[in-house]
Design a protein around this ligand. Structure first.
Ligand SMILES: [Zn+2]
Length: 293
């Protein structure tokens, strides 16, 4: 048995939701591990927080982090826009490479823009936002809601601060501070997806918004009281897709390990108790959601 399997538990396959059936107009949502997703439809492909390279623990701590270009190309051959919730390495490392390969725009905070510049992306592919503005994405609209990062490391925000000039590239993990945190609303015209990629959010920013699907950071319930209940009360989603439940240090196509204190089964139950349907999928698993038009 590998030491990993002694230290970490793996998800119980019984927790995964039943397969969803694609229709001609459904929107596909593919989970990439950590907080990463691809939203696919013939009209548009939008990627959120892609982190496929997943170097192991020792490499993450000791070396500059190299995006795995071939793997990024294999998993996400096409993208129109790449949205970043915050600029920590496990949310942004692979984004500039993906934009280079596909020509997609990199959209996010100033910190996100600095990372794009560091990696050599041209200005024309960079869109900086402070949130609270609608950004056209083809016929769809995306909007960042200002948010805050969870106190996810011994009661403190890890790697706090902003990135105000291009960091070294490739970066070491600690050189990527979170910058402005944004919760993304992706309006596909008939299906609204909200992405909450950290263990906290601002009630006032979510109030007045609505969602059909929320991609929700599973470790969040450890770090914020009423995490699930408040999201459901404010956004009234029908479905919640848990993310950020794996350790992020296993190779993408291996069986993932659970974060030691994530309590995923309890998270799923809390979602059900709040009146929503949890849609847990394995890494690279795909879901299909209908558009109401
Ligand atoms: Zn983070």
């Amino acid at each position: 048995m590998k030491i990993r399997q002694i230290l970490f538990k793996q998800p119980d396959p019984a927790w995964y939701c039943a397969p969803t059936i694609p229709t001609t107009d459904s929107v596909e949502l593919q989970y990439l591990g950590t907080a990463g997703f691809v939203i696919r439809h013939p009209e548009r492909t939008i990627v959120l927080d892609p982190y496929l390279s997943r170097p192991d623990f020792k490499t993450t701590l000791t070396k500059p982090l190299q995006p795995n270009t071939a793997l990024i190309q294999k998993i996400i051959p096409h993208a129109d826009d790449v949205l970043i919730g915050h600029a920590h390495y496990d949310h942004i490392l692979d984004a500039p490479d993906l934009c280079k390969q596909t020509g997609a725009r990199l959209i996010g905070s100033r910190a996100t823009k600095m990372v794009g510049l560091a990696a050599g992306l041209p200005e024309a592919q960079l869109v900086e936002t402070n949130g609270r503005e609608d950004i056209a994405s083809g016929t769809w609209t995306v909007r960042g809601l200002p948010s805050i990062h969870g106190k996810a490391l011994f009661g403190k925000v890890p790697l706090a601060g902003d990135i105000t000039e291009p960091p070294p590239w490739p970066p070491r993990f600690h050189q990527l501070k979170h910058g402005l945190v944004l919760n993304w609303v992706v309006d596909t015209r008939g299906l609204k997806i909200v992405h909450i990629d950290s263990a906290d959010f601002l009630n006032d920013e979510l109030a007045g918004q609505s969602a059909d699907v929320v991609c929700l950071c599973a470790i969040g319930r450890k770090h914020r009281p009423n995490y699930v209940r408040d999201v459901v009360r404010l956004l009234q989603p029908k479905w919640i897709v848990p993310c950020h439940w794996d350790t992020m240090i296993t190779p993408l196509e291996d069986t993932p390990d659970l974060l030691p204190d994530v309590q995923l089964a309890e998270f799923l139950q809390e979602i059900r108790d709040a009146g929503c349907e949890p849609m847990l999928v394995p890494i690279l698993g795909k879901l299909h959601f209908p558009r109401q038009r």
